[in-house]
Ligand binder design. Sequence first.
Ligand code: GLY
Length: 378
Amino acid sequence: MDVIVGGGIVGLSVAWRLARSGRPVTVADPAPASGASHAAAGMLAPVSEVTYTEAPLLRLGMAALRRWPSFAAELAEDAGLPGAVALDFRTNGTLDVAFGADDLAALDELAAFMEKLQLPVERLTGRECRRLEPMLAPAVRGGLLAPGDAWVDPRRVTAALLAALDRLRVPLVRARVSELLRDDGKVAGVRLAPPDVPAPALADGGVPRRLRAERVILAAGAWSAGLAGVPVRPVKGQIIRLSSAQPLLGRCVRGTVHGSSVYLVPRGDGELVVGATQEEMGFDTRVTAGGLYELLRDARELVPGVTELEVADVVAGLRPGTPDNLPVIGPSGTPGLTLATGHHRGGVLLAPLTTAILLGEEDELAALCSPGRFQEIS
Ligand code: GLY
């Protein structure tokens, strides 16, 4: 049996794919689908999120995006939902816009970089941006359309994963894993912290609060460091959900306002997600006045109509950041321990690729995510 530590979008996706392939799995998480996946906006945007120093991440993101349509369709089917549309999976692209002259200069440079990488992007004037998205402010000076980018509602995805796992009768143990059980140099299971361990999960050879496993797959996001020395750190993101009767935007809009970044992700039901801060604050998940102020200030400059919308939800999540911003996926140096963590800003995008790597379907890309690049993992 595999025990998967962590019930976020990555852990649940891995559990679903393994269970679907006939492997017995159990998921352990005190509160599944309530961490970074619950906060995430769900942008599937490898092109518009590209940065100058992250070419390997771009390769992973493009491969992951290609997997999303079939992943969403199969998940919806397994969860008993009426198709990928039930996950709010949409492929209308991202429009990256510039507010000030300084932002436009930065966007021009980014466009040149993207064109050098032969990424599918289109330069637009401010007027062309507003033709695509009439709610954009007159002050928007120009933009860059990435028509291949997509997005999905991560909350619907994790709900669908939980439903699919339920249908496959995968046990979900609502308990925190306090440590990995080690046996003769191997990882042989997990110890569960009290309380809230359901009785059936304790039927483990009479040893309470333990789950024995042939393989433990660590998908505990920012909490992975404490369990196996994986060099991940929490990177806090505050995010706001606004609601309106009509969708304000037709596609994802991201932008910079005097160097400060913000993104706005529309949902089919009118919700607009505005995110996200990036803060190095340890395991702090407080939502702060300053965080919300910055997001709303920049969002209003780009789309003034946001101020009319009702605030539906504010939340902070913790991205699992690694030293090189690449995820850590695959067998660790320790027998019995496999890793699926460190997805930083791309957990939702990279979930289908992570499962494919673990199932041995992406050997070339697996090398980019190899745990072997970090000596401290044990
Ligand atoms: N990928 C978006 C974020 O991490 O905020």
